[in-house]
Design a protein around this ligand. Structure first.
Ligand code: PYC
Length: 310
C-alpha cells in the first residue's frame, strides 16, 4: 500500500494513494459509512502502531461524487471516520502538489460532509474553504468530575466540538497530560448529561481556549481528538467551529483575519464569509510539509499487521 506522510502545523496526515479496500458503489457518504462499518482493521492498520501512532489522521483517496473534483477523500483516525479534517486537507493539498497532480490555484475536493475548496498558494501553503459551520448551542453548563461546572458552546465545523473559552489549565506543552485528562472528563460529562450535536451526534472533539503566546496571534487552543490524542495543529474543523461562535457573538466581522495558535505554538490564519443557512464559510490557511513517501507492508504472519489496539 503506497502512502505519503506529511504534517500540517505539526499534526500528521497519512494519505493512502492506492491499496485501500474496495468500498463498492454509492455516494461518498455511503462509501465512508462502509469504510467505518466494515474496514476498521484497515484504518487501524494504517494509522496505529506499529506503523503509525494515535495522532495520525488517515486520508483515503477515492473517486469523487463529482468528477470535476480533484479527488474524493475519506478521513479516518484510530477509532472512526472524521466528517472533515482541516489539517489533513491542507496536508492532502500539499501532497497532491508534491505528486504533480495539482498546480497552484483553486481546486475542489469531495468529502463525506460536502464539497470543500482548496487554494494551493505555493508548494507548502494551502487555504481550505470549509463546509458551512455553525453554533448549535451557547453557554451549555456541565458538571465535570473533580472540576465542577464547565461552560462551553456546541458548534459544527465539519466535526462536532464543545468549545470552552477560558481553560482552567494553562495551554502549554508541559500541561499536555492534565489538559488531555481534563478534556476527556469534559467529554464524559457531556455524554452523561446527554449533550449532543445535531440529531444526537456524539461531540467527539473538545476545545479549550486561552491567551496566545505568539505576538500577533488572537488566541491559543488545545484540542482533544476522538481517539484521545491532542491536535498538534490549531485544528481546522475546530477553528471553523470557533469562527462560527465568534460570528454568532458579533466578535469577528466577515473577511477579517483571526490568528489561531495551537498548544505547540503553530499557527493558522482564519477568516469567514456568511453562509447560506445562517452559519459561516470558513477559510483556514496553513503550511504542510511532506515527510515520507512509503510502502506499507502487511505480512499475513505478523500478529500486529492490523495495528495494536488495547
Ligand atoms: O484539523 O480538522 C482538523 C482535525 C480534526 C482532527 C485532527 N485535526
Amino acid at each position: 500500500m503506497r502512502v505519503i506522510d506529511s504534517h500540517t502545523a505539526g499534526e500528521p496526515t497519512r494519505v493512502v494513494l492506492e491499496g485501500g479496500p474496495d468500498l463498492g458503489a454509492g455516494t461518498l457518504a455511503e462509501r465512508a459509512a462502509r469504510l467505518e462499518a466494515e474496514h476498521l482493521d484497515f484504518c487501524a492498520s494504517v494509522v496505529l502502531e506499529p506503523r503509525g501512532h494515535d495522532a495520525i489522521i488517515g486520508a483515503l483517496l477515492v473517486p469523487p461524487d463529482d468528477p470535476e473534483c480533484a479527488a474524493g477523500v475519506i478521513y479516518f483516525n484510530n477509532l472512526q471516520n472524521l466528517g472533515m479534517c482541516g489539517h489533513a486537507t491542507i496536508g492532502l493539498g500539499v501532497t497532491l502538489a508534491h505528486l504533480g497532480r495539482i498546480q497552484p490555484g483553486r481546486h475542489r475536493l469531495d468529502t463525506p460532509v460536502g464539497e470543500v475548496g482548496i487554494d494551493l498558494l505555493d508548494a507548502n501553503t494551502v487555504s481550505v474553504v470549509n463546509v458551512e459551520s455553525y453554533r448549535l448551542a451557547k453557554d451549555v453548563a456541565v458538571q465535570v468530575d473533580g472540576v465542577g461546572q464547565v461552560t462551553g458552546d456546541v458548534a459544527w465545523g465539519g466535526n462536532w466540538f464543545f468549545l470552552v473559552k477560558d481553560s482552567p489549565i494553562a495551554l502549554t506543552g508541559a500541561n499536555i497530560r492534565p489538559l488531555t485528562d481534563l478534556t476527556l472528563k469534559i467529554r464524559n460529562a457531556l455524554d452523561e448529561a446527554g449533550v449532543t450535536g445535531k440529531d444526537g451526534a456524539w461531540i467527539d472533539h473538545i476545545e479549550l481556549f486561552g491567551p496566545p503566546a505568539t505576538a500577533g496571534a488572537d488566541s491559543r487552543n488545545f484540542v482533544l481528538c476522538p481517539g484521545g490524542a491532542y491536535d498538534r495543529s490549531p485544528c481546522g474543523t475546530g477553528c471553523s467551529a470557533k469562527l462560527a461562535c465568534l460570528a454568532a457573538d458579533g466578535l469577528l466581522a466577515p473577511g477579517a483575519d483571526y490568528i489561531q495558535e495551537s498548544v505547540i505554538g503553530s499557527i493558522y490564519k482564519l477568516s469567514y464569509q456568511p453562509g447560506r443557512n445562517g452559519g459561516v464559510i470558513p477559510t483556514i490557511t496553513g503550511d504542510a510539509y511532506v515527510t515520507s513517501d512509503a510502502t506499507l507492508i502487511f505480512n499475513p504472519t505478523d500478529p500486529y499487521r492490523s495495528g495494536i489496539r488495547l
